[in-house]
Design a protein around this ligand. Structure first.
Ligand code: ZN
Ligand code: ZN
Length: 367
């Protein structure tokens, strides 16, 4: 009996609790995958369907066909995404939280910055709470987070981190849950850079202005992310082509732009790293704007990977195998010529996404 109780206790802690939390996440306004946000995204998609249908711009007879139909939503890649969504919850409890917890005590927090500045320049007069201040703080968090995630995303596409980020790109069809197809190493890095940079920002901001932090965020996320999630964020990982037009896409990242980021075509490689804003892509030369007419694109990382990334094992373990393989390749490089080195790095940019399996990407017919 005691053994059974112990087993249940462990099972509850490491499996049942995280999986049920993940399920409840579908109702959490903190996450993009909240049912409410899915609803608003697909309401926009339905509007697009009606408009395109009336203009004869789509061959889809039904809305289900328009969003990709069974071919997309029951594709092996999508089925894996659904399973991984819940397995990831377990990985979060077993790996991400402990690793972040280990580093966490060594990271400077906003309070550390405030006391540092107070010792340096003395205490500042606390500004009274004001809605403008909270909006300014929220805007700053949003801009900083989006900016650092842009650069982190660029780093994930580099030679050694690509093996882990490839998990996300290996999806050969896109469904909203694909957003959660992220390797836990990437998640750990993301958490740590968030803690480090946002702690510094909050410290500087609140030393300068005074006040408290938590109350200035809406549902735990900044209001900007909330607004963008409520719009069409879930269509980024979908087969519904929604372009914002070239002008807006210099600032805001559209679903079509993120679909371009998932494309297997070399002309689309290393474009549109932005999360919510594409202004960073514009500033740093990685912008690719889209037209309202859907582009014919295929998603994935190439024919060779199509069969490789169809299991939970491949999403969790394969990146480590690949990363170790690349590190091994590194050793002989110290003795080779510059020509050889440059050819290796060129391969690293091009090889990860050579040819991909067919997957209907526009809003055309799919059953
Ligand atoms: Zn990427
Ligand atoms: Zn994506």
């Amino acid at each position: 009996m005691d053994v059974l109780a112990l087993v249940y206790q462990y099972l509850f802690r490491w499996v049942i609790a995280p999986v049920s939390d993940q399920f409840l996440g579908l109702f959490d306004l903190n996450g993009r995958l909240c049912i409410a946000f899915l609803f608003t995204s697909y309401a926009i998609a339905y509007g697009l369907f009606r408009v395109r249908r009336s203009r004869g711009q789509t061959d889809a007879y039904t809305f289900w066909q328009f969003i990709g139909g069974s071919r997309v939503h029951f594709h092996p890649s999508a089925l894996l995404d659904y399973r991984y969504y819940f397995v990831r919850a377990i990985l979060k409890v077993v790996l991400v939280i402990p690793v972040v917890g280990l580093v966490d005590p060594y990271v400077l927090r906003s309070g550390d910055y405030i006391s540092f500045f107070t010792r340096l320049w003395g205490a500042r007069v606390q500004v009274e709470e004001h809605v403008a201040l909270s909006l300014l703080y929220g805007l700053g968090v949003f801009l900083m987070q989006d900016f650092i995630h842009y650069w982190a995303h660029r780093a994930y596409h580099s030679r050694y981190l690509w093996a882990f980020h490839k998990v996300h790109h290996s999806a050969s069809v896109l469904v909203p849950v694909t957003a959660s197809r992220v390797h836990f190493v990437e998640k750990v890095i993301e958490r740590l850079i968030d803690i480090i940079f946002l702690g510094a920002y909050a410290g500087v901001f609140w030393y300068a202005c005074g006040g408290e932090i938590s109350r200035y965020t809406l549902f735990g996320v900044t209001y900007m992310v909330f607004i963008l999630n409520a719009l069409a964020a879930n269509l980024r990982h979908s087969h519904v082509w929604l372009s914002f037009g070239a002008r807006v896409e210099h600032v805001l990242n559209s679903p079509a732009q993120h679909q371009i980021h998932h494309s297997d075509a070399p002309r689309h490689f290393n474009k549109n790293f932005g999360i919510n804003l594409s202004v960073w892509d514009w500033m740093f030369g990685t912008l690719y704007v889209t037209q309202s007419k859907p582009e014919a694109i295929r998603f994935g990382t190439g024919e060779a990977d199509y069969q490789r990334y169809l299991t939970l094992y491949s999403l969790i373990v394969t990146p480590f195998v690949e990363a170790v393989g690349k590190l091994r390749q590194l050793k002989p490089l110290s003795g080779v010529s510059v020509v050889e080195v440059s050819s290796v790095s060129a391969t690293a940019r091009i090889a990860p996404r050579a040819v991909a399996p067919a997957a209907g990407t526009d809003a055309g017919p799919a059953s």
